[in-house]
Design a protein around this ligand. Structure first.
Ligand code: HEC
Ligand code: HEC
Length: 367
């Protein structure tokens, strides 16, 4: 009965009219709201916000002059850089990167809040996956490589399918944001120290920033001995070294990083953990050379330390560790998933764990 009542013509008319009104008002509303999107603006860095308003304004002016706006950015110290190339970079960045890395490259885009790890805040100019020594700037190619292959096991996607020119442009855009962040910090520090922003200082600050980037190629890490053939012996020796030099303190005896103390804070102020090396997702790349470099030089901005000094006298050990990391990172794929959170120890290796029972041969070693 209820249904019949609802279907009486009077009610239906009223409902139709109501729907019509709703539709029209929605359209009118939407029409009224259609406006040109506001131009993106750079967010002022924390240190600058703390300055008094006059100084803040001075810093902003220098930054605008030196680095431009989000749509018309300038690459610090590179007058010859084609503005159209950077505008292309801005377009690619706005479409594919901004939602995570933010307009200013502060890593606080709309989608970033719940990501772990967080999207990189470029402004500190610290990058993890470099081919250079700890503390040195990355090569431009390092950034390009990361953008192409993404960071496995994190939300950083691979952009390998973008046209080459777009990739080049967006990397230059990221560099422009990075340099802008560096200059902003240095201006804020100078302003705080001197109580003023002195325009004469700017060229010196800029030169100081760029010098580190130009020097990066002098800090590329090359292995001191050739890569050996990896085999069960190198894996065993690597396992032994893993326990001996203290990798297991953070990564755990089994490489899974499940240790009690495995918690730290990264350079950007977020909690971080030593990688689960058995996950098959090496963030910094699966090439032997990538792993070698991360052991030799550590990973910038994270608790992963450099073992350069510790292993200086035993280059073969670094390769053995690389071999062991390959072995570990393949564990899940070959179905060797630990049941009680402990990988079975390797035959012939002093116990990482108490269970000495497993006499299982190494099934596969890859590189
Ligand atoms: C869905 C989110 C997301 C998007 C979209 C995204 N990134 Fe990232 N990006 C991340 C995260 C998360 C990290 C940090 C990974 C880590 O710390 O291991 C990162 C890290 C980076 C790094 C630093 C690598 C290093 O060595 O420290 C660069 C450079 C980078 N992204 C560039 C880009 C560019 C360029 C784009 C657009 C073409 C982009 N990202 C799009 C999430 C994203
Ligand atoms: C003080 C703690 C600590 C010690 C000691 C340590 N690591 Fe790490 N390691 C980390 C952290 C934290 C990360 C994760 C870095 C990141 O955020 O991507 C890491 C990452 C790595 C990675 C890169 C993984 C990837 O995703 O690409 C490798 C390889 C690695 N460690 C191997 C080793 C080896 C081998 C040793 C011993 C020679 C060692 N680590 C010692 C904390 C440590």
């Amino acid at each position: 009965m209820q249904l019949t009542y609802l279907r009486t013509p009077g009610t239906r008319d009223r409902r139709l009219v109501a729907t019509g009104v709703l539709l029209l008002s929605t359209l009118a509303h939407a029409g009224g709201c259609t406006r040109v999107p506001e131009p993106a603006v750079f967010v002022t860095g924390k240190q600058v916000v703390q300055l008094d308003p006059k100084l803040r304004e001075k810093v902003r002016k220098v930054l605008d002059e030196q680095c431009g706006t989000p749509e018309n950015i300038k690459l610090l110290g590179d007058e010859k850089m084609n503005p159209a190339h950077l505008r292309k970079g801005a377009e690619v960045y706005a479409r594919y990167c901004r939602q995570c890395h933010g307009v200013s490259g502060d890593g606080a885009g709309l989608a970033a809040s719940y990501m772990n790890p967080r999207p990189r805040d470029y402004r500190a100019a610290i990058f993890k996956f470099t081919s250079t020594t700890y503390g040195a700037k990355p090569l431009r190619e390092d950034l390009l490589r990361t953008v192409r292959r993404g960071v496995l096991g994190t939300s950083m996607p691979s952009f390998d399918l973008l046209p080459k020119n777009d990739l080049e442009a967006v990397v230059d855009y990221v560099l422009a944001l990075t340099h802008r962040g560096e200059l902003e910090t240095q201006l804020a520090e100078a302003a705080e120290f001197d109580g003023d922003v002195n325009a004469d200082q700017v060229p010196e600050l800029v030169a100081g920033i760029l010098k580190k980037w130009r020097d990066a190629p002098a800090h590329i890490v090359y292995p001191t001995t050739p890569m050996p053939d990896f085999n069960t012996d190198t894996v065993r020796a690597g396992h032994e070294a893993f326990l001996r030099v203290g990798c297991s303190k953070c990564h755990g005896d089994d490489g899974r990083g499940q240790t009690k103390d495995n918690i730290g804070v990264d350079a950007w102020g977020f909690p971080t953990k030593a990688a689960d090396l058995t996950s098959g997702m090496l963030r910094g790349g699966t090439e032997s050379l990538d792993i070698y470099r991360h052991i030799d030089s550590g990973i910038n901005g994270t608790p992963m330390p450099s073992f350069r000094n510790a292993l200086n006298a035993e280059p073969a050990t670094v390769w053995n560790l690389v071999s062991y990391v390959h072995y570990l990172s393949n564990r899940r794929r070959v179905g060797d998933v630990p049941e009680a959170g402990i990988l079975k120890p390797l035959p012939g290796v002093e116990p990482a764990t108490k269970a000495q029972s497993a006499e299982r041969p190494l099934s596969r070693v890859t590189r």
